[in-house]
Design a protein around this ligand. Sequence first.
Ligand SMILES: NC(=O)c1ccc[n+]([C@@H]2O[C@H](COP(=O)([O-])OP(=O)(O)OC[C@H]3O[C@@H](n4cnc5c(N)ncnc54)[C@H](O)[C@@H]3O)[C@@H](O)[C@H]2O)c1
Length: 328
Amino acid sequence: MMKEETRSTILITGGAGFIGSNLSEYFLSKGYKVVCLDNFATGHRHNLKDFINNPNYRLIEGDIRNAADCANAVKGVDYVLHQAALGSVPRSINDPVTTNDVNVSGFLNMLVAATDAKVKRFVYAASSSTYGDSVGLPKVEDVIGKPLSPYAITKYVNELYAEIFSKTYGLETIGLRYFNVFGRKQDPKGAYAAVIPKFVMQLMQHESPVINGDGNYSRDFTYIDNVIQMNELAITTTNELAVNTVYNTAFGDRNTLNNLVNYLKEFLSKYDPEIANVAIEYGPNRAGDIPHSLASIDKAKELLAYDPKFSLQQGLEEAVDWYWNNLR
Ligand SMILES: NC(=O)c1ccc[n+]([C@@H]2O[C@H](COP(=O)([O-])OP(=O)(O)OC[C@H]3O[C@@H](n4cnc5c(N)ncnc54)[C@H](O)[C@@H]3O)[C@@H](O)[C@H]2O)c1
């Protein structure tokens, strides 16, 4: 007999994006029904090709800035995994108004829709950027600094709204503060591409990646499968103490940008030995960037029994293999 949970319906906003499409694929494989709401602002149809015809999958093309689209999407839904947003610190510096419209007003629309539809739980993509200028390492959930970018403000406002909706309307929420997520399907193209897919594409084409700064900035790079695990734990936990709060979503280790590029060259040169000889270039530091980032994952371990399986190296080997076979 099917377990109760396997018949549940999950709405994944931003489901055509990197994280959302990976979540969709995973939860469909577990027998859930998945509804996707996306306006394809930064998502892609090719991310959906492996499951678009799955009878348990439904795509709604719509915009979270439109309250009617949100209300339509949450109909009959048990859980929301809210991923839709405009990512990228530089994008938010270039266009803070659009970032705010999507990430704050859109988020609020989704909270209202989820509350009205009485969903069981609203899990959302928060961000490590909320730690802002706090200098202590590792980052623990209760100690944040001042935001360093418009994007960081929007992600912090999400947490504030979620808390108020839990307290005021009884909506169960869990925020997942993602730390530099990477893996299959992450978009390597465009001005706002994330560093790992961008560098992988450049190295595959024997172009020199440009590191902002001296390469000693560090990040808690987090493989997508660890993020999927956190999302699954967030919707399945029955621990009452585990809801209406936020969690660092990371591996719990940090690597410098120089380390990262060295791993990429090492792993890619197994496919093409010439890549070992591609030179690295260095440019100026970028506005809004946090120098160092490392998560404490103790809270997730304790309250959600989180047990991340992929270190940076383990995740990179899989990611590089995927890029080599899919995007070359
Ligand atoms: N990738 C990371 O390292 C990282 C780190 C911290 C937080 N996050 C957050 O995780 C979430 C997913 O990020 P991602 O890396 O998959 O990015 P992504 O750009 O690949 O996915 C975002 C998706 O949201 C959709 N979207 C954007 N505006 C929309 C709108 N107005 N209405 C409906 N859909 C809209 C896009 O089309 C896209 O499919 C975002 O909320 C992001 O802020 C990501």
